[in-house]
Design a protein around this ligand. Sequence first.
Ligand code: AMP
Ligand code: MG
Length: 480
Amino acid sequence: MLFQNRYNQLDSKLYTSQSPKPLHGAKAGHFNVALADELQWSTDEKALWVEICSGQHPLSDCSALAMVYAGHQFGHWAGQLGDGRGLLLAQVLNKKNQVIDLHLKGAGLTPYSRGGDGRAVLRSVIREYLAGHALNSLGVPSSNAVGFTSSQQGVQRETLEPGAMLLRTSDCHIRFGHFEWINQYAPELLGDFAMQCIAWHYPECLEDPQPILSFARAVVKRTAKMIADWQAVGFAHGVMNTDNLNITGSTLDFGPFGFLERFKPDWINNHSDHQGRYCYQNQPRMAHWNLSILLNNLMPLAPHTEKESFKQHMIACLADFEVTFLQHYQEKMCFKMGLPQFHKESFECTLHFLQILQREKLDYTQSFIRLQEGHFNALKDDCIDRDGFDAFMQRYQSIRIHQDQAQLNDSMQQHNPRYILRNHMAQQAIERAEHDDFSEVTRLFALLATPFTHQPAQERASDLQPPHIDATEIAISCSS
Ligand code: AMP
Ligand code: MG
């Protein structure tokens, strides 16, 4: 590995140095060799992956650290938070010369553990491992993981479960909540910290006469694009608190997330989110809310003589969220539908299709595949309101008829995944892994690596199907 540790150059108030505390009896879970290659792991390092992914093998001479941050959770100020069970082990250069964080989750107590045990259970580690991999393979910016290990050590949740560790990778672990912590507890650090974030993650903003405004604009844009990606693939994060969104707009912190199956815009995948604050259709609004908190926390950096105009610029940055989000979401959805971007009726027709999916309780992912493959009768057969479906088809065909259909079909194929991580798929992999059988994790890992490619030899019928319409949803425990 080529180490490029830099977070430890920041003011020491922003973190606590400490080493991982291994669990007893670490066992190999799964290793993402392609990612290790991308991160320039040597043959010797790859041979040591179980030790590295279980905190037994120290990386570089620099000590690992736990970051401190704060946050708003479910709309309320939660005060100081921080890495309560994960450590930034090191930062390394990948083949593209980008700095990537290696973060070991489940590595033991830290000063920020607040009553928690500093551990992670196998169940949540496997869900995070597969979800990060799935999103990366779908082209959605996200953390990923080099590998995970299970252990012989039990960790108490509702029941005693196997403890596990995940070696997570991300281009950034700096959360909106970092800025909230600094303003609340160490405001003198704000200016330097913001400029360092810009230098690391948005160096192009340094060219701007107003780098802070330029940074705000860039974070808003990247976040809006990420949310558009989530909506288009049907991903619901579930816990969009300000401590779970990072400043580079890449998905972070998988808890009770889910991929939408039967299309239900108000779907709540997090069962402790009683109000549905973070339900699927609220995600754009919640991202906007979180960005307003971030931008507010940049306000102290307004030049003294230009406070009012700085504020007006910040308001304009925030207003850009909706524009950017809609532009990307509409573009992605038109690709998925195989409809031309420029046609004024394309997006209306897309919404028409989504209304049918909602009314008929059809599977989001499979319905797009059927549309892509021209299996219109199969779609219609699943509808109760068949006249309604015919009306949609007429409208759909009338837009496509004079277009370059081969080109539209091409973009459909690039935007409609055949495979997503359905809850029941992850659940099967977890149940086997809890008996030390990781074969289902391996199968899903391979399947989700190329989600747009038909893989008849790897797929099972259940990978393509939502649970039965009357089945009770698998309750995803919030404890992790
Ligand atoms: P989350 O909602 O999973 O992002 O977690 C919110 C905060 O709780 C973060 O600061 C986590 O580090 C912390 N946390 C979650 N689970 C544990 C645990 N088992 N032990 C210590 N801290 C935890
Ligand atoms: Mg978190």
